[in-house]
Write a protein that binds this ligand. Structure first.
Ligand code: KIV
Length: 263
């Protein structure tokens, strides 16, 4: 199998073929996911909740993400790995370079940062220094204390327009992939159509180019799963079939359906 690259994802967008991605934090799951056909894996700072048991992503450090990235890389040598830059690790463009370097050295192909147009210089600085950047807009969990909880974003015209503007600005800065979290389906469609780069949705409806789920949500392990999460293990009874079903339903556009989207 050849390694998955950003060009492969851009080609899928051009051909209007949807793709499924997942989070993973260790070698066993990343190997299994890759074997089932998940070619893009996020080492998310959601590990603060799923692995470490905290109630937010804020306690996660660059060292934590680097450790889990190395483990995921061992299990999935050919997958395209996106490593999350945790809270406060990219507060300035200079700081972001040092921290991104650590994650890239740990086996990441790309780093992900949360936030809007204020990240223009950071995205530019990283991409000019050969670090591909994935943006993250909509519900940005590192900002939970500013947002006042884990809520759907972009429900009114002004905030929807702001998110669209942020996406376009960051694409201009050099962002090559975007995760869009918890926005209405229609806004997910608008942003996906406005950008040339692939957009991966989570709770953003079924009109985005790709989908991502936290693996614990897809396997029904999360105590209080979000509305958009679907337990694929419940339907299939074993993990391999659950992942295959997730991929199948993303590719044919049946997941997420209305019940797992915001309108
Ligand atoms: O940390 C994470 O797992 C994420 C996903 C929710 C996209 O950022």
């Amino acid at each position: 199998m050849k390694p998955t690259t950003l060009s492969d994802l851009c080609q899928l967008k051009k051909e209007k073929r949807k793709f499924a991605t997942l989070t993973a934090y260790d070698a066993s799951f990343s190997r299994l996911f890759a074997e089932q056909g998940i070619n893009v894996i996020l080492i998310g700072d959601s590990l603060g909740m799923t692995v470490q048991g905290f109630d937010s992503t804020l306690p996660v450090t660059v060292g934590d993400i680097a450790y889990h990235t190395r483990n995921v890389r061992t299990g999935a040598p050919q997958s395209f790995l996106i490593a999350d830059m945790p809270f406060m690790s990219y507060a300035t463009p200079e700081q972001s370079c040092n921290n991104a370097a650590e994650l890239m050295r740990s086996g990441a192909n790309m780093v992900k940062i949360e936030g809007g147009s204020w990240l223009y210089e950071t995205v530019k600085m990283l991409t000019e220094r050969s670090v591909p950047v994935c943006g993250h807009l909509g519900l940005t969990p590192q900002a939970v204390n500013v947002l006042g909880g884990y809520k759907v974003q972009g429900r009114d015209e002004a905030t929807a327009q702001q998110l669209l503007n942020d996406a376009i600005t960051l694409e201009k800065a050099g962002m090559q992939l975007l995760v869009l979290e918890c926005v209405p389906t229609e806004l997910g469609r608008k942003i996906t159509e406005a950008l040339e780069i692939p957009v991966i949705g989570i709770g953003a409806g079924n009109q985005t180019d790709g989908q991502i789920l936290v693996m614990h949500d897809a396997l029904g392990i999360t105590a209080k799963p979000p509305k958009f999460a679907k337990n694929f293990l419940k339907e299939t009874g074993n993990i391999r079939d659950a992942i295959s079903l997730y991929i199948e339903q993303v590719e044919n556009g049946t997941y997420p359906d209305q019940a797992h989207s915001f309108n």
